[in-house]
Design a protein around this ligand. Structure first.
Ligand code: ADP
Ligand code: MG
Length: 629
């Protein structure tokens, strides 16, 4: 028979190839992903047909082969899949807009896995023309009595079909690489691309240069010589762990896979195996890494696959923002590919996937917490950042996480939100019924304040991670009748306003005198002196910045648009403890110079305790101290 034919590729646009070349794919290396995916699909389809009893011939070992011929400047992708008849080529290849998969699915729509085999890559085959100026198909269909067929096309809208030369079932796609794309005629380059996209494809991929064993003259002893041949390698793992059932995997399997993905990383803290097939299809393994300070380095480590074909490591929108530091893989044929970001955000599957992942992560954390509280607490310093970030940024996650989020105090004890409230409510409720949580963001610098608070039986929380400013606000917002105050926002006895108060032993007249002495002694701007009656055990002078004022300044510094507060000079409260014996000594002194020196010394000591005494002021303080002793 003769199947020679010339014709035009039926597409509606005048010339689609320039469009493919320029706009469809920004990254032309993906031609290989597309053609190898098609080959893999073809192999899976013949297996499926055999399983359904629609094909009774020999299956053979499923295999896809990529071969490079540097001399001929060709790359050939071969498979022993189902092949195509000339009619099918016309239908599936020539009619660009027609997806071959839809007919396949129609034909076997009762088969359970029909969806899995739908090609999802749209104009996949034609991406070949991004790198080739001539593309040739040699194919032989599995169907009884099928004839081999050949198709060639030079990138214009005309093609040629004729009798082919393939003698076994399957397809060769032969790309004659164009002059601008010669970079792909390198074994190393092709190897890299295959490794990137094909490392976990479900059918073995063999890769090598042409292996014809041509005779190459004779050697000295007259024996025939052959051209040297490079060994072919299977480049992929066909059953990566995310395709298996968690019950069949050991911890070591998960750790090994992690090492395979990120060879230089420390072991992860734990992992979550994702597996859902309704209402969308998604599998994967997400790992919680040990968080380092260099967040940016650790972002974009999740790899997105579609039916084991690598797509991208840009999973923004699919994975909730607060989980972007996770590592691992997600595989879903239900994520639309090659679409714009805004489309992706609006896609309902993507939204569902996003909340599914959030829920799975929350469930896993709750499980770890319930099963092994001690182990969980040990990991808290690493996972706390994720959990707090999640609580701050997602309402739904907050609602779940409030049961396993921990608050850590300066004694390194951990409490859940409920436990903590129970712990502090007796001592730390103010006269208006507000429970006041006291925290430090710098335990070393605020040590004297922490000790004063502890003396009053107040507990102090550690809030020194980068997210804690936001976490504090969201706690205040969420917890009823609760406010948070930094331990240095006022003297210990004023942190929590209660009805009881220590009376000042000073008369009004004496207080006025003390105030004047201190005002004269202080040269630093923005210091507001106040004489208060505190416990005689407390420090004679304490310098504090009001909680509200400090938060406003913090926000302004972070660029919260608080221009007004940002421009305000620092304002501090200088609390003089009227009940301290140093103050009575100042009052008793008749010598104005001595009064001033004592006051200065007391203020500088307070500043020193907070690391606020620097430069010339520090030098002056040191020489004054030397004189005093
Ligand atoms: P999709 O893969 O999304 O269907 P492609 O443009 O990649 O779109 O391929 C179009 C069609 O060509 C395929 O659906 C398939 O029917 C056919 N085809 C492509 N490559 C092969 C191959 N190696 N073996 C058999 N059929 C193929
Ligand atoms: Mg395809």
């Amino acid at each position: 028979m003769s199947i020679e034919e010339k014709g035009s590729i039926s597409i509606h646009t005048e010339n689609i190839f320039p469009i493919i070349k320029k706009f469809l794919y920004s990254d032309n290396e993906i031609f290989l992903r597309e053609l190898v995916s098609n080959a893999v699909d073809a192999v899976q389809k013949i297996k499926r047909l055999a399983a359904l009893g629609q094909y009774n011939g020999e299956l053979g070992e499923p295999l896809v082969e990529v071969a490079l011929d540097e001399e001929k400047k060709t790359i050939t992708i071969s498979d022993n899949g189902l092949g195509m008849t000339a009619e099918e080529i016309k239908k599936y290849i020539n009619q660009v807009a027609f997806s071959g998969a839809s007919e396949f699915v129609e034909k076997f729509k009762d088969a359970k896995d029909a969806n899995e085999i739908i090609g999802k890559f749209g104009l996949g085959f034609y991406s070949a023309f991004m790198v080739a100026d001539l593309v040739e198909i040699q194919t032989l269909s599995y169907q009884d009595g099928a004839e081999p067929a050949k198709w060639t096309c030079d990138g214009s809208t005309s093609y040629e079909i004729s009798e082919g030369s393939r003698t076994t079932r399957g397809t060769d796609i032969i790309l004659h690489i164009n002059s601008e794309s010669e970079e792909f005629l390198s074994k190393q380059k092709l190897g890299e691309i295959l490794d990137k996209y094909g490392k976990f494809l479900p059918v073995p991929i063999k890769f090598g240069t042409t292996t014809e064993q041509e005779p190459d003259g004779e050697d000295e002893e007259g024996k025939p010589k052959t051209k040297s041949v490079e060994a072919d390698n299977i480049i992929n793992t066909t059953n990566p762990i995310w395709t298996k059932a968690p019950a069949d995997l050991s911890d070591q399997d998960y750790l090994d896979f992690y090492k395979q993905l990120y060879p230089f990383s420390e072991d992860p803290l734990f992992w979550i195996h994702l597996n859902v097939d309704y209402p969308f299809n998604l599998t994967g393994v997400l790992y919680f890494p040990k968080v380092k300070n260099d967040f940016d380095m650790q972002r974009n480590k999740i790899k997105l696959f579609s039916r084991q074909v690598f797509i991208t490591d840009e999973v923004k929108d699919i994975v909730p923002e607060f989980l972007m530091l996770l590592h691992g893989v997600i595989d879903s044929p239900d994520i639309p590919l090659n679409v714009s970001r805004s489309f992706l955000q609006a896609d309902s599957n993507v939204k569902k996937i996003n909340s599914y992942i959030t829920k799975k992560v929350a469930d896993k954390l709750q499980e770890l917490f319930n099963k092994d509280r001690k182990g969980y607490e040990e990991k808290w310093s690493d996972i706390g950042l994720f959990v707090k970030y999640g609580m701050v940024s997602e309402e739904k996650f907050y609602d779940k996480a409030k049961d396993f989020a921990l608050l850590t105090n300066t004694k390194n004890e951990n409490y859940t939100l409920d436990e903590y409230r129970e712990k502090v409510k007796d001592f730390q409720t103010d006269k208006n019924g507000q429970v006041v949580y006291i925290y430090t963001n710098d335990p070393a610098k605020q040590d004297s304040f922490i000790q004063s608070a502890n003396k009053k039986d107040y507990d102090v929380l550690l809030m020194n991670s980068p997210i804690d400013n936001h976490f504090i606000s969201s706690l205040e917002h969420k917890l009823e009748k609760t406010s948070l105050k930094r331990v240095d926002s006022s003297v210990a006895s004023k942190l929590i306003e209660k009805d009881e108060s220590t009376e000042s032993v000073l008369t009004e007249e004496q207080s006025k005198t003390v105030k004047e002495v201190f005002e004269k002694a202080i040269t630093k701007p923005g210091m507001h002196v106040e004489v208060v009656g505190l416990n005689p055990e407390e420090l004679p002078v304490t310098v504090t910045m009001d909680e509200f004022m400090r938060r406003m300044k913090d926000m302004a510094q972070m660029g919260g648009g608080m221009g007004f507060y940002g421009n305000m000079p620092d304002n501090y409260k200088v609390a003089i403890n009227g009940n301290h014996k140093l103050i009575s000594r100042i009052l008793k002194s008749e010598n104005e110079e001595e009064q001033k020196t004592l006051a200065k010394q007391a203020v500088d000591l307070a500043l020193l305790a907070q690391g606020m005494l620097t430069g010339a002021e520090l030098t002056e303080f040191v020489s004054r101290s030397v004189e005093l002793i």
